[in-house]
Design a protein around this ligand. Structure first.
Ligand SMILES: [Zn+2]
Length: 78
């Protein structure tokens, strides 16, 4: 029962959500140990989730900063 990198990449999101079966979890875990590129993708995805979770849960961006960023975007030279 070979899993290739495409299968693993497709299942990474589910794996991170904790919604895989135990069998799939172990297949992915074993593959991540053997495959540096999938391990990289996994760690990147995990980091992104951490950042997103932090942005959603902690205090919102201050209005002054939001305005400054928007102004910088709209007044930036093309
Ligand atoms: Zn792989």
């Amino acid at each position: 029962m070979a899993h290739n990198c495409d299968d693993i990449c497709r299942d990474l999101h589910v794996y991170l959500d904790g919604e895989t079966t135990v069998a799939t979890r172990s297949v992915i875990a074993v593959h991540l140990e053997d495959c540096p590129s999938c391990a990289d993708a996994f760690h990147f995805e995990a980091q992104v989730r951490l950042v997103v979770a932090r942005c959603c849960c902690e205090e919102p961006v201050p209005e002054s900063l939001r305005v400054r960023v928007l102004r910088a975007i709209y007044t930036a030279d093309p």
